[in-house]
Design a protein around this ligand. Structure first.
Ligand SMILES: O=C(O)c1ccccc1NCC(=O)[C@H](O)[C@H](O)COP(=O)(O)O
Length: 391
């Protein structure tokens, strides 16, 4: 059986489940739903067995199965591990999905504690469910086959460096963004390919394509269409990654880079996802918003591209001085020594904003709203920089 344990089939004959008591203490017993988690165990298995073959242990038990059991055992600690790293976002509702099925019975738990605490947590819970369903339809073995037909991955960081050297200004990652939770609809007349081409003409180094449908009205079809239309700018798949499966999926759809959000992912997840990205040829843009997240990310080996999001994704508050604050002092020094490319993200509207974050130390910027709202998004880029950067 491919993939991780599924919410729909929790009653497999595993040591854990066979020791299930006959009398059910529902709130406690149903905690095992939490164990259907993405964990470093599953990622490690994917890193170590990239050919997709299922190894078999000396006892004859499939290693994949054994890892799956381990994952269930460890998954219950997921939120605790995350919170010990200062991560406030819980990966899924603490007491499982509201509706449960057991054989012919269905029942609902008291929903206390199952309300997301903020928009980012809501997005993550929704993404977790969405990915579980998608994975059932397209297991990893299918994605691994599809990788053979994926267009080649292009050099995302190289494109940013080249643009920065050519213009003396931060390389632009221009975002193809129809809507957002904080701003609602940004552009009614939304043709993703037309916008992407206009950005490229206007001098963007790379593009960011929102693929989340529910909150941003984006899609993987948009990403695929832009790639197939021959746009040369490398493409960032702007998703809420909660599972390594999504990295494979993004690559099969033509992504050159993916976003990993430190407010959502514990250190080990980031570490192993970065390894998978390297195997797949994907660039990882790792996003931080405060000092704690920045320090966690700086301690991870192999980081080449870090974004500072000026938007607090829990409250929507925007403050571009966050970029400056995080790059001051020792952290800025480490970045320069390691030649890490820093990206200033969100809330950039004017040439003064660009100058401010460039002065703070960024060599790239990620911009959506201010350019996607313009009738000619390419010209919007010239307005943003205060000059034509296409030449
Ligand atoms: O944009 C939002 O409202 C939002 C809400 C919750 C999670 C993420 C969100 N945005 C993602 C981004 O960070 C931006 O799309 C990106 O940095 C561009 O920002 P902007 O130039 O301000 O559109």
């Amino acid at each position: 059986m491919e993939g991780l344990a599924s919410l729909k089939a929790p009653f497999q004959a595993t040591p854990f489940l066979s020791s299930r008591p006959k009398t059910w203490d529902l709130p406690t017993q149903l905690n095992f739903y939490k164990r259907n988690s993405f964990s470093t165990f599953s990622v490690r298995a994917q890193v170590e067995s990239t050919d997709g073959s299922a190894a078999v242990s000396s006892s004859g038990e499939s290693v994949t199965e054994a890892l799956k059991i381990k994952e269930w055992e460890v998954g219950m600690l997921e939120n605790e591990v995350a919170s010990s790293q200062g991560i406030r976002i819980r990966r899924r509702p603490p007491s499982g999905p509201p509706l449960h099925y057991v054989g012919p019975f269905q029942f609902r738990l008291q929903n206390e504690g199952n309300t997301p605490r903020n928009i980012l947590e809501e997005i993550v819970w929704n993404k977790d469910k969405e990915v579980s369903q998608l994975k059932e339809r397209k297991p990893l073995s299918v994605l691994k086959k599809a990788l053979e037909n994926a267009p080649p991955a292009r050099d995302f960081i190289g494109a940013l460096r080249a643009a920065n050297e050519r213009t003396g200004l931060p390389g632009l990652i221009a975002e193809v963004k129809k809507a957002s939770p904080s701003r609602g609809i940004l552009r009614e007349n939304f043709d993703p390919v037309e916008i992407a081409k206009s950005y490229e003409k206007g001098g963007a180094a790379c593009l960011s394509v929102l693929t989340d449908e529910k909150y941003f009205k984006g899609s993987f079809e948009n990403l695929e269409a832009i790639r197939k239309a021959g746009v040369k700018c490398p493409l960032l798949c702007k998703e809420f990654i909660v599972d390594a499966w999504q990295l494979y999926y993004a690559r099969t759809k033509g992504a050159d880079a993916v976003l990993l959000i430190a407010a959502v992912l514990p250190d080990l997840d980031i570490k192993y996802m970065i390894k998978i990205c390297k195997i797949l040829g994907l660039t990882a843009l790792v996003e931080v918003h405060d000092e704690k997240e920045f320090d966690r990310v700086l301690a991870i080996e192999g980081i080449e591209l870090i974004g500072i999001n000026n938007r607090n994704l829990e409250t929507f508050e925007l403050d571009i001085s966050i970029t400056k604050k995080l790059l001051e002092g020792e952290r800025g020094k480490i970045i320069r020594e390691r030649d890490i490319i820093m990206v200033g993200e969100s809330g950039l509207f004017t040439p003064e904003d660009i100058a401010y974050v460039q002065e703070a130390g960024v060599r790239a910027i990620l911009v959506g709203e201010s350019i996607v709202k313009q009738s000619d998004p390419g010209k919007g880029i010239s307005n943003l920089f205060g000059k034509d950067i296409s030449i």
